[in-house]
Design a binder for this molecule. Sequence first.
Ligand code: 3PG
Ligand code: MG
Length: 399
Amino acid sequence: MAKKTIDQVDVAGRRVLMRVDFNVPLDEKGAITDDRRIRLALPTIRSVIERGGRLILISHLGRPKGAGPEPAFSLRPAADRLGELLGGTGVRFVADDCIGEAARQAVAALADGEALVLENLRFHKAEKENDEGFAAKLSAFADIYCNDAFGTAHRNHASMHAVPLAMAGKPRVAGFLLQKELQYLSETIEHARRPFVAVLGGVKVSDKLGAIENLIGRVDSILIGGAMAYTFLKSSGRAVGASLVEEDRLEDAARMLAEAGDKILLPTDHHCGRKPEAATPTKHFKDDIEDGWMGLDIGPETIERYRQAIGDAKTIVWNGPMGVFEIPPFDTGTRSVAEAIAAATGQGATSVIGGGDSAAAIEAFGLAEQVSHVSTGGGASLQMLEGRSFDSVDLLEEA
Ligand code: 3PG
Ligand code: MG
C-alpha cells in the first residue's frame, strides 16, 4: 500500500498542485497558536522548490459558510508563517478567490522554485461538495498533484478527491507527511508489539465506537477515560451523578463491555465538580458518584492502574483526553497518562498519539518530543484506528 512520493517525480519547471492541511488553530487576534501542520509539511514543500518546481499550495482553514470570503478564515496567517519558516524567501499569497482571475495570473507567473498559497478552498461550497466543475478549474493549474494533507484525508472534498480524479494521467503522488502518518498509524496497529494498550478518552462514546470495535480484537487492553467513561459506567449499573451520558448509546456500551470481557478498563474513582469550571467545588468519589456531582477527571486510584498498564506496554495508541484537561485541576489524569506514555516510550515502547485534543494536550505538557509519533490528524487518525482506508489516498499512484 506504499504510495509513490513527491521525490519520485521530476518537478523541475513543472507546476505542482499540493493539497496541504494548513487548518491551524488561531487565537482571537488571528495569530497561529500551533504551527505543527505547517512545519511538518516543510519537507514536501522544500522538495518541490529546491528542485525547481513551481508550487501551488491549496488548503482549507476552519469551517466558513462556503458563500465567499470571510476574513476570520483567511489563509494569510498560514502563508505568512510558511514564508518565515522558509527563511523569508517570499511565499506569494493570492488574497483572492482560489479559482479566480488573480489566482490564474499568479499561477501563470510562477517561476521555477517559487511557491504561492491560494486562499481558503472552503470559501466555495463546491469544495465540500466535491464538485467537478470547481475541481476542473483547480486541476487546470498544474501538471502534477501531490497530497500532503493527512489531517483532511478522511474528507472526500474536491481538493482531496475530485481534483486528483480530474488529473488522471498526470502524476498523482503523496507528500512525505501523508506517507509518514499512514505508515506510522498502520504499522503500529498491524504489527504491534505486545502488550498493546489503547487509551481512549473524550466526551462521546459514539465517536469512539468504531475504534473500540476495530481495536478490541487486536489489543491487550483498552483504558477508557473522559466523559465517555460515564456512558460505560452507567450501562454497567453504576451511579454517575450529573456526569455526561449518551443515553442512546447505553446499549452499545453494554454490548461492548460484554464482548470485551476484561479487556476494557474503566475508571474506579473520579475527580468530580459541580460544573466543568475552574472555580467549581470538587469532590473525590470511589465507584458511585452522588447526585449533583459530575465526573470531570479520572481519580488517583484509576491513574495508578492506568499508569501500570501503560508502563508494561510495548505499543500504545492514545486518542482523547481523560478529563477536562483545559481546566485545572481536572488536567491531572490526562497529564499523568501523557507522562506514563512518555516514560514507557523512554523504556522502548512505541507510542502514537492521535491528533486533535490528545495532540494538543501532549504539546501543552511539553512531552511531544518524548513519544514516538504525534499525528497531525484528528478525525483522520481516529479513522485509522477504526481500520478504515481513505478514498483520497487510494487515488494516488502506487510506489
Ligand atoms: C481537521 O482539523 O480535522 C481537518 O483539518 C479537517 O477539518 P474538518 O474537520 O473541518 O473537515
Ligand atoms: Mg475535524
